[in-house]
Design a protein around this ligand. Structure first.
Ligand code: MG
Length: 408
């Protein structure tokens, strides 16, 4: 079997409301590049990447000469063909490789009549549990979704998500307001939902000392972990020496070099595997096996997925014996999806692992077209800027916090 074509399409899919984070904002929508990889026997595999608010169409088209004629079963060959680590010093294609790997696994699964999880060793669970993903957010432009800024609004939002989706674990995206205010918010959540567990992630924007202080204040809470409180392996290591709460990361252990460093000189206890950052589902599995050997915790990171990447996260989540925590997913913030049947359903805080051959998702052509046109109309957005705070950008560690008393 040979690849004959790759077709990228950039889409933008609306979120319920603009999501705030330490570097800026998701401007009320996600921009994703969907790829279709076609083979000489007419199979089409799907892949997806994005997260930074921009299109990757040109980068995928640039890889067409590498891909045409390649056998989609030959994934290790493909890794060295386009992702040789020495060549990657100039052209880092890890995330492109990931999207192409998703599509090739989708093709292989369809060719063999098997869901991707069967290609990965078989599932250990039928459903993958998810955490809620709590963001401070702006009111949506159409007024359908209210802001989340005050602690009362955060509690009401969490209650609604719990009622709608059944979440029992909650992740608070922090790093927007000063750490004292966010501590108050986190403690309020833990007090309001005493049966649930919690994690907080300021995207590495606190100093080492602030991180140590924050950790000392939340020891009484049922924490899954404290995620990337500060930047860098050394910063994390210094925090880890002074706290009893497990530290997790999706920023400083995102490749095998860093994983090796983290094993030799521990900085994080839980590795949040991202099927895009690591270069594919198979790379995440290899990393998970290393983590299993050294008894590091593992979960699955979310990079702002639509249904195609969500499917990769579900297949991965289904096969990992050491999936120690409910996975992350921005997914519940989306208003729609580009896959047939619309959005995956979250029931009792879980999503069913797809059973159809391949990734188990198909494109809804009408929706794809609709959101491709919306992208053409709205364009990309700067993920590291905040539309309501022109000229602002953070320091690292940050001190330029937003003011929680002001509705922006
Ligand atoms: Mg994170």
């Amino acid at each position: 079997m040979k690849i004959v074509d790759i077709r990228p399409t950039t889409v933008t899919v609306p979120l319920e409301a603009p999501l705030r984070h330490s570097n800026g904002e998701h401007w009320g929508r996600f921009v994703r590049t969907v790829i279709e990889v076609e083979t000489d026997d007419g199979l089409i595999g799907l892949g997806e990447m994005g997260g930074g608010g921009e299109s990757a169409e040109l980068q995928f088209l640039g890889l067409k000469p590498y891909l045409v004629g390649h056998d989609p079963f030959a994934l290790e060959e493909l890794r060295f063909k386009i992702c040789n680590p020495t060549a990657s010093l100039y052209n880092n294609r890890t995330q492109l490789m990931a999207a192409i790997e998703f599509a090739c696994l989708d093709i292989v699964g369809q060719a063999l009549g098997l869901p991707v999880y069967k290609l990965l060793g078989g599932k250990l669970r039928d459903e993958v549990p998810l955490s809620s993903y709590l963001f401070f957010r702006y009111r949506s432009d159409d007024g359908r979704y209210d802001e989340v800024r005050t602690i009362e609004q955060l509690l009401a939002h969490t209650r609604e998500l719990k009622e709608t989706y059944g979440f029992r674990t909650h992740k608070l995206k922090a790093g927007v307001f000063d750490p004292g205010y966010e501590l108050e918010a986190y403690q309020a959540l833990a007090g309001e939902f005493p049966e649930d567990s919690f994690r907080i992630d300021p995207n590495a924007c606190w100093s080492v000392e602030e991180s140590i202080w924050f950790a000392s204040q939340i020891e009484h809470i049922r924490n899954d972990y404290l995620e990337d409180p500060t930047w860098g392996l050394n910063g994390m290591r210094r925090v880890r020496e002074k706290t009893r709460i497990p530290l997790a990361t999706n920023t400083v252990v995102v490749n095998f070099e860093q994983l090796a460093q983290n094993i030799l000189h521990p900085a994080a206890d839980v590795i949040l595997l991202d099927t895009t950052f690591w270069g594919g589902i198979r790379a995440c599995m290899k990393a998970a096996h290393v983590c299993e050997t050294f008894q590091l915790g593992v979960s699955v990171h979310s990079s702002g997925e639509l249904g195609i990447q969500l499917a990769t996260m579900l297949h991965l989540g289904a096969v990992l014996p050491n999936l120690s925590f409910d996975i992350d997913a921005h997914y519940h913030h989306l208003r729609d999806d580009i896959v047939q049947g619309g959005k995956f359903r979250i029931i009792d805080g879980k999503i069913q692992v797809p059973e159809e051959p391949g990734l188990g998702v198909k494109l809804d052509r009408e929706r794809l077209q609709h959101y491709a046109e919306l992208y053409k109309k709205l364009g990309g957005y700067p993920y590291d800027r905040d539309s309501r705070r022109p000229g602002w950008y953070p320091l690292l560690p940050n001190e330029r916090w937003a003011d929680p008393t002001i509705a922006e």
